[in-house]
Ligand binder design. Sequence first.
Ligand code: G6P
Length: 615
Amino acid sequence: MCGIVGYIGNKEAWPVLVKGLERLEYRGYDSAGVAILHGGNFSVYKKKGRVAELSKFVKNENKENIFGGVGIAHTRWATHGEPSDRNAHPHLSSGGDIVIVHNGIIENYLSIKKILTEKGYKFISDTDTEVLANLIEDIKKNARVNIDEAVRLALKQVVGAYAIIVLSKDDPNTMVIAKVGSPVVIGMGRGEFFVASDATPIVEYTKKVVYLEDREMAIIKNKKLTIKTIDNKIKNPYFQKLQMKIDELEKGGFPHFMLKEIFDQPRSIEDSMRGRINIKNAVVKLGGIENYLDKLVNAKRILIIACGTSWHAGLEAKYFFEEFSLIPVGVEYASEFRYRNPVIYKDDIVIVISQSGETADTLAALQLAKEKGATVLGICNVVGASIPRATDAGIYTHAGPEIGVASTKAFTAQITALLLLCLCLAKEKNILNKKRMKELLTELEKIPKKVKEVLKVDEVVKKIAKEFKNAKNFIFLGRGYGFPLALEGALKLKEISYIHAEGFAMGEMKHGSIALVDENMPVVFIATKGPLYEKVVSNMMEVKARKGKIIAILSKGDKNIKKIADYVIEIPETSDVMMPFIASIPLQLLAYYVALFRGCDIDKPRNLAKSVTVE
Ligand code: G6P
């Protein structure tokens, strides 16, 4: 979480930095701040709240000192210290020589703070970051070293995760960047450099970028870039070309990124399977994992590790793999897995799933699985992010940038990639014959069209959302492939509308949760045609008997359920295994419209951040 931006060059830094912060607001929006080197001193502007608050503040009253070609900026998701102007970054050192922005957590900041306090340093904020600013200043002064060496020596004392950008007013032509755990990318223009937590603030200026690795630091001095490790070993920068397009980062006429991304799904699902299926020959081709197919075939077990919505995609995949590739699958929360002593065998395949590729817990779990000798594959959306770089091999989901904090198109792209992986494995293991494989691939190929069709339920869902905008609670129920969807539907509603919602395996209802049902309880049923249909109908009757308000997502033309349910959302028919692709859409729309009618900030829900780079 938190986004950092830096600029050094011949342009005015302020507009580059502010625009960059707007792009990174998905990472946190508790406060925003900018520091510009102006007339030999740092002008620091910071405000609690969104980047827009900061811009308004500067526009109204404080514009005189914002000019200069060197600056750093930050958008915050608070960890140490409440959201406030005082705790907002950038942080200045006591003597005013050093200014810093930081994404991450310095775990041993209290012990460093104690030593610095005894030396007479004063602290204005409650943050761990201000401690680092003062530590760098202290080292620079006492060891009489330049800024890059002072940063390096300071980092040798620091325990924790960070991506930092540091400036010193004594050395106006130098910018120092370093990272452990949190991401940072450097864009190289003509005589100018752009630094950011991801490539979105950089892409419109240059496509030539270098991603720093853990324990690396970059020193930009007199328009030259040097990369070395924190242990002082020089490295050759590895430049990559960005593939991102700017229009993917705009709302494109939609009122919110979330709605744009929901409606983008026919395209994003298609892109996730593009070039990967050949119906005629009944094969799935996944270039990224080709060299690992033997390992997959011989694996006795798959472990899937993820967080949030990606975890729900992983749970969906458990059903895919068990049905089609006959392999036992465990699905783990990364935050639990990493702190246990999980039993992992050398022939286990671990699949980590992450939209951002930066989730701290998922990254740590991945590293643990690797240490224990497992083969780790990644399913990731952001190309070049930390997770795909750390895995043995993987599959990119190609959903395009997802900016709304509530994940939508990333989920359907993840299940596309996972189903493809599962079918690829089934083929290798000779579990599916050519005819069945062809049937499945033909059905999969139709999914983007069916998603386009299901998006027409928009108005129906909107009406239902209006009815329930004041609900205090919601229940979501599903069986089989519908169970992970019930969890995902509840999560979507919670995160953007702040209504308490729970998802349950439908069959578990009677073991406790049914006690929650009364005439005020909306209960969303995933009730499409499938092998468990009769059981779903029985469960629906049980809820009806207790006067719950039933909202059913059902297969088009199902008269039976129409008679029982209070509200219906009809979706195109498909096979049971493909149902999650279609049924997830009305769940996303329901959350969106309920949040809209409640006046919530849909793309930036309270307390959340899209990329969770702290544990
Ligand atoms: C955050 C986001 C969720 C996301 C989860 C995992 O909590 O708000 O939308 O599902 O992180 O993120 P990842 O990038 O690893 O998929």
